[in-house]
Each structure stands twice: as C-alpha cells, then as structure tokens.
Design a protein around this ligand. Sequence first.
Ligand code: FES
Length: 239
Amino acid sequence: MDAFIYIVSASYVSEGKFRSLANKLVASAPCRAIAVRLEATGDGFWHALDHLSAEGASRIELRPIGLPFSQILETWIPKAAGSWLDTYEGQPPDIFFAEPLQSDGEFIKHAACATVRRRQISPLTDGELGKGWNEPPAFKHHLLVCTGPRCHLKDAPNLLAALKAELGQARLTSDCLVTSTGCLFPCNNGPVLVHYPSGNWYKVTNLTDLRTFVSQALRAGKIPQNLLIHQTGGIHETA
Ligand code: FES
C-alpha cells in the first residue's frame, strides 16, 4: 500500500485554517494520505508514520507543502524520518522525500497566474496596530514553550495544552503569560520550557515533569534541578 504524508510548515496558521487545507489535500490525494504540520498544534509526523505503517503502508512519500518550503526543514525532515526508521521494529516501510513545490515550474506558473478571489483594502485609521495592543497583560511569570519542529515532534503541543490546564488547576493562569515559540536552539533537550524572570530553561517531557515545574518553580520559587538544562547568562554553545 502506498501512502502520502503532506507536511505543512506554518506557525501562524490557526488550527481551523490548517484543518481546512488538510482536508482538501487528503481528499485530493491519489492514495491514503495524512496531513500534518510541523509547528504550533497537532500531532508530529512520527505519529503519522506510526499510523500508516500500522495500517500496512509499505511505501510512504513525505510531501512538503508550502511555497517556498524551508531549506532547513528540507534537510531536517529526512533525518527525522531516518530516526523513526532506526527505531522501527520489524520490516519498515520504504520512505521517500518529495521535492518541495518550488522545484515544479508548472506549479509555479500556476501559482503566479491562478484566478483567486480578492478583496479591496480600505484606508484604516488604526493602521496595522489596532486598539488594545499597547501593553502586555499583567503577569508574574513569562513561560516560553517551544513548539518548533523538533519539540513538536516530541509532543510539545500536547504539553502546552497540559501546561495551561495545570496552571488553571493551580489557579496560576492570571499570573502567567504563556507564549509558544519557534525553535529556541537546545532541540535535543526538548520539549523546552523557559521561565522568566528566573531565566531557567527546562526539559519537560511529560505530565509528571509539568507538575514538578508548576509546584516547584512557580509555587515554591525553587529550581527543579532534575529538569534544568540551561540558565540565561550561563555559558552555552554558539548556534
Ligand atoms: S525545536 Fe524546540 S528547541 Fe529547537
């Protein structure tokens, strides 16, 4: 059985917009297909590989969607798929990486001339900023949760949702400004959670780690040493 995985890289696309695109891609696919995104929300593409191989897919093609598709991700995705193959028990499927769409001249020509709906833009007195975006909300703790590609692969979106639930249970929601971010660099130690003003960086992999972080770092003001990977101002490798 052949299968496609459509891979979308778009941090600032809402779940609804992504789902709409995903449904259209899957409906148009010539074979069994799944669409995943690399950042922000949803399951990582390792899960999609798990699903398709469990269904009996023997050839899986990874098809990047996006124009242009990131060169860094183009290099990284085959490595991430190779890591998945390395841990596979039994006969793994053959996996192929399709060239990004920018390499298809016909597609580019179509994108340049496609007839699409358009809307006229009027002058706007508030300009690009709009009202209500002058001050950050009041908060005591700024929590940066990486949902970049490599942390996303390690279930960062689910951890982000779990963190918000834990903060709610601990009645700390209004004390915390939670921001999801792109890659923060220490990917091998992901999923990464950074706490300011302390400047402590943590590796948080599961619910137990999250609860330890909330009870120790936020409630008790202590450093959960077993989770600590870095401190702002400390010596670190250059990227
Ligand atoms: S993707 Fe999270 S630190 Fe790189």
